[in-house]
Design a protein around this ligand. Structure first.
Ligand SMILES: Cc1cc2nc3c(=O)[nH]c(=O)nc-3n(C[C@H](O)[C@H](O)[C@H](O)COP(=O)(O)OP(=O)(O)OC[C@H]3O[C@@H](n4cnc5c(N)ncnc54)[C@H](O)[C@@H]3O)c2cc1C
Length: 479
């Protein structure tokens, strides 16, 4: 008879593997089922994030950024690097090694924490029962007191641009180019599109981004989004807003894309096209028909605030449930759910989840932006500080961007922090902590920051909320 577990987790992405490790740490007999087949033909852990998401994209972003620095910025600093060129295949090989090390590391963490790894495709049969089908088609049924579904998401495909291997690709395909395309089209100027477009733009592609929405990064504070758009345009990204793709045609080694914009019907020809129009929950086959786990109208598994599904004892977390599709959101939900299963009290603050776009400079935000706060009828006061006035930013050759704090006009409570600048993704942790601790802008203003650091811009932005920034002429002076 197959083993019985306290907890079975389906999916070993950042939601599932973290949930499994936490559950095992809390003394629960835990198994994690995974079906992802890696490049070597074996099951690998880590899900989208480690295999084709966060980590490989950052490996390429870092390499391509260093290339740009070496080619264009070193000279200013007196560094004579000579002719700089990029070996794309080597960059890709490095990325693959990082992925291999990290995914292998999870198997090690499972062993160290006593999580049983089960290779195969998991399916919730009913309350307390999971069937796992291995690569040879053999099915085994396991019992578990609690089940966590962490099945993740997959890229959305759209009818006008069917994928064609190596030519019209999704984000996964864009992480595998073996040479720099001359003319690259990217459909969708969201987080993933901007990151992938940046990689290839830095390596020399002429990148055109076609975005159906009229607004650029509408979730980001307008001032920060506008500045980001300007900076990315300066780098050579041609971002066309209000451009709705209507069709495409593969002609030999090229793809012709048709779209409409304010001027009417348009057409562009590319050597490669990346379709980055979002991701959808991946729930195919993860629950047996009639088992009692409800999906919503968009295909997400329906859950309450603590990730309980409609079937008692079954939880769902990460990209396959509502909320932001982010690795750290999935992991935090995994920890919360494991704690609840172990009998502890746990909850998540969904208002304090940071988002980062790893372009250069990075864009990072948490909480409300100014326009949304106002739309909710909240009276706000804001403070912003440009990196152009930061000593550390000058030393770093990274004076572009600004940090902005949005606070409640009456209570001074920090409602949001939005930053565009070098290391914004690191700095935003201050905003997350401010929101978590319910701190006021004054709390940040009264905090001592190390000098010289990029984070001093956050300090100055907090001071600027009352018009008291030290290193700039304040736009409003208060007593
Ligand atoms: C190019 C790209 C860049 C990204 N960059 C970032 C970033 O910088 N920061 C960030 O926070 N997020 C980023 N993301 C998003 C992030 O990858 C996801 O939010 C995250 O992976 C979601 O975690 P998850 O555990 O919910 O799902 P996933 O990571 O998708 O993992 C789900 C796992 O479940 C497995 N599975 C599914 N069904 C079954 C089944 N029936 N049986 C067994 N196993 C099953 C899948 O094989 C998979 O391994 C990026 C995504 C992409 C595509």
């Amino acid at each position: 008879m197959a083993d019985k577990f306290d907890v079975i987790v389906i999916g070993a992405g950042p939601g599932g593997y973290v949930a499994a490790i936490r559950a095992a740490q809390l003394g629960l007999k835990t198994a994690c089922v995974e079906k992802w087949i890696g490049k070597e033909g074996k099951v690998v852990h880590g899900g989208t994030c480690l295999n084709v998401g966060c980590i490989p994209s950052k490996a390429l972003l870092e390499a391509s950024h260093k290339f740009v620095e070496a080619k264009h910025d070193f000279d200013d600093m007196g560094i004579q690097a000579g002719d700089v060129s990029m070996d794309v295949k080597k960059m890709m090989a490095r990325k693959d090694t990082i992925v291999k090390n990290l995914t292998g590391g999870i198997s090690g963490l499972f062993k160290a924490n006593g999580v049983t790894a089960i290779d195969g495709t998991g399916k919730v049969l009913s309350k307390g029962q999971v069937e796992v089908t291995d690569q040879d088609g053999k099915a085994t049924t396991y019992d578990a007191d609690s089940i966590v579904i962490a099945a993740g998401s997959v890229p959305v495909e759209i009818p006008p641009t069917p994928l064609k291997e190596g030519l019209v690709v999704d984000s996964t395909g864009a992480l595998e180019f073996q040479e720099t395309p001359k003319r690259l089209g990217v459909i969708g100027a969201g987080v993933i599109g901007l990151e992938l477009g940046s990689v290839w733009n830095r390596l020399g592609s002429e990148v055109t981004m076609l975005e159906a929405m009229d607004d650029f990064l509408p979730m980001v504070d307008t001032a920060i989004a506008k500045e980001t758009q300007k900076l990315l345009k300066k780098q050579g990204l041609d971002i066309k807003l209000g451009a709705r793709v209507t069709g495409s045609e593969v002609k030999g080694e090229e793809v012709v894309v048709k779209y409409t914009d304010a001027k009417g019907e348009q057409e562009m020809t590319f050597d490669k096209l990346i379709v980055c129009v979002g991701r959808k929950p991946y729930t195919k086959g993860v629950v047996a028909d009639g088992a009692g786990v409800e999906l919503d109208e968009r295909g997400f598994i329906q859950v309450d605030d603590q990730c309980r599904t409609s079937l008692p004892g079954v939880f769902a977390i990460g990209d396959c449930v509502r909320g932001q599709m982010l690795a750290h959101k999935a992991s935090e939900e995994g920890i919360m759910v494991a704690d609840i299963i172990a009998g502890h009290k746990a909850e998540m603050n969904y208002d304090a989840i940071p988002c980062v776009i790893y372009t250069f400079p990075e864009v990072a935000w948490v909480g409300l932006n100014e326009q949304d706060a106002k739309a909710k009828g909240i009276e706000v006061k804001t403070g912003a500080f440009p990196f152009a006035a930061s000593g550390r930013a000058m030393a770093n050759n990274a004076t572009e961007g600004q940090a902005k704090i949005i606070a409640d006009a009456e209570t001074d409570r920090v409602l949001g922090m939005h930053i565009v600048g070098q290391h914004a993704g690191e700095m935003i942790a201050q905003g997350v902590i401010a929101l978590e601790f319910g701190s006021s802008a004054e709390d940040l203003a009264l905090t001592c920051y190390a000098h010289p650091t990029m984070s001093e811009a956050v300090h100055e932005a907090a001071l600027a909320v009352e018009g008291h920034a030290i290193h700039m002429a304040n736009r409003k002076k208060k007593k």
